[in-house]
Design a protein around this ligand. Structure first.
Ligand SMILES: [Fe+2]
Length: 487
């Protein structure tokens, strides 16, 4: 199998059981129950619609809004999108107040979506899509689906992609307001879908262009404090990165771009002999850098990093033994079929001594979407939450794990075989200070009911099950990442 044919799933990549479904299992065009997570959402979106509390009791003091983003449009007539990642972004908003949850979903109104909806067909090139030669492309924003994540900055809700500029959205109605201009000289600049927020509200992020990484430093009020550049040595696929309170850590995986024609992802070549390179950059002086070397791994997501008093850096991430990128796999789930990939990512701790190289300690937790307490981002901490578990003949993970690095043990809660669990965020409890003074909140699709639910756990005791579950009257498409905005 050539690397470009490697089957790939973003949410399903952690499962060891994503085996090909029998062609006869769902005859006559019938879709498997899990396909509700990959079905095209209505053009008008969803809601606002109340969700029903179906289990437990809403925690006192839990008030705010969970925003999430993910691809949601995969079909024009009988034609499917070429790749799941290239579906138009839809932002989901779940507001929680007085024990009640209300869901709203709206597409990000992009030039790509407008042109394709008017034409009634897919046109734009993309991550896994060649595209129609007639489609006009003068910049990456012409193909920007705004479909990976969201962030709040300076009171604005931004829909993020990784190779283009964020879209501004109304935080209540989710109406798209146009592209974000962080600063006049940064107009049209890319903004990675994994910004990092210091506990004081300062945001850092990367703008990638070949072997150059732009570094955004954004004040808590949304203004740009600085923008600099660093040389990362090679054009690598970089979806996420890591940060301590004093350092930026850019993980340059040996998944090297050798051509730039669409589909984007087929332009990368796996070169394990290069290993993983870690560029460590001083936040206060971007010219102060050093490299550390580690074993070759592929990855999408880090949890977070911290620096110990002796200068040792630790960071956790979901690492794969080999690349899982490729344009083939993203075509399958939206058609109701399963991609097969039997070497899941593992939650891994990376330790980089002050002047040494990177050493890996792998846990037995297979999964992805690691999350940490935002009060401890960049600081020493104990906990990492992650989606895990697998179900035969169903994509995605069915469980939530909470790793405690201080004990080396994890709590795990299995939702059951009729669930696809999504990223769960740490929501600090009002007045709390420790990491366990948090709720873990995220969506899960109940594939038996064909409905999306939002689950809330006590971080101190996730193995005891949820403290509250709200259910929508429908399923909305699986997303990638979210953010929480407190009331
Ligand atoms: Fe991501």
């Amino acid at each position: 199998m050539t690397l470009s044919r490697r089957l790939f799933l973003h949410a399903g990549l952690m499962t060891g059981a994503t085996l090909a479904v029998s062609p006869s299992a769902f005859a006559n065009g019938e879709m498997p129950p899990w396909h509700v997570g990959y079905a095209t959402a209505p053009a008008k979106g969803f809601g606002p619609a109340p969700m029903r509390l179906v289990s437990g009791k809403a925690p006192a003091g839990l008030a705010g809004t969970l925003y999430r983003n993910g691809p949601a449009h995969f079909q024009h007539g009988d034609a499917y999108a070429t790749h799941w990642f290239d579906g138009d972004g839809m932002v989901q908003r779940i507001s929680i107040a007085d024990g009640k949850a209300v869901h709203t979903g709206r597409y990000v109104d992009t030039p790509k979506r407008r042109l394709e909806m008017a034409a009634g067909k897919f046109l734009a090139p993309g991550f896994g899509t060649v595209g129609d030669p007639s489609y006009p492309v003068s910049s990456s924003n012409d193909v920007n689906p705004g479909n990976i994540s969201v962030m709040m900055s300076g009171g604005e809700l931004l829909a993020l992609w990784e190779a283009g500029t964020p879209y501004r959205l109304d935080p209540v109605t989710l109406e798209t307001k146009g592209l974000k201009e962080f600063r006049s000289d940064l107009k049209g600049m890319p903004f990675l879908a994994h910004p990092k927020r210091d506990p004081d509200g300062r945001i850092w992020n990367l703008a990638l262009n070949g072997r150059t990484a732009g570094i955004y430093n954004i004040n808590p009020d949304g203004s740009v404090a600085s923008f600099g550049m660093v040389d990362i040595g090679v054009a690598s696929y970089i979806h996420d990165w890591a940060m301590t309170d004093r350092k930026l850590i850019i993980l340059v995986q040996p998944w090297i771009q050798t051509r730039t024609r669409p589909p984007f992802i087929d332009g990368f070549e796996w070169k394990p002999e290069e290993g993983m390179k870690y560029l460590i950059v001083d936040k206060d002086d971007l010219t102060k850098t050093r490299w550390a070397q580690g074993p070759a791994r592929a990855f999408y997501h880090t949890g977070a990093a911290w620096e110990e008093s002796d200068g040792t850096i630790r960071l956790d991430a979901a690492f794969y033994p080999e690349p899982v990128l490729g344009s083939g796999g993203g075509a399958q789930e939206i058609r109701g079929k399963l991609s097969g990939y039997d070497r899941p990512s593992k939650l891994t701790m990376v330790t980089i001594a002050r002047s040494g190289d990177a050493k890996l300690t792998e846990t037995d937790i297979a999964g992805d979407f690691p999350q940490v307490d935002p009060r401890r981002h960049g600081l020493s901490r104990k906990l990492t939450a992650m989606v895990t578990g697998s179900v035969k003949d169903q994509p995605g993970g069915s469980a939530l794990a909470l790793q405690d690095w201080s004990t080396g043990k994890a709590q795990v809660y299995d939702f059951g075989s009729h669930y696809i669990v999504e990223e769960h965020l740490f929501i600090p409890k009002p007045g709390g200070s420790s990491e366990k003074d948090s709720w873990l909140i995220g969506p899960a699709i109940n594939t038996r009911a064909g409905r999306t639910e939002v689950w809330a756990f006590e971080a101190a005791s996730i193995a005891d099950g949820p403290v509250a579950v709200w259910q929508a009257d429908y399923a909305w498409p699986l997303g990638f990442h979210g953010t929480w905005s407190g009331a």
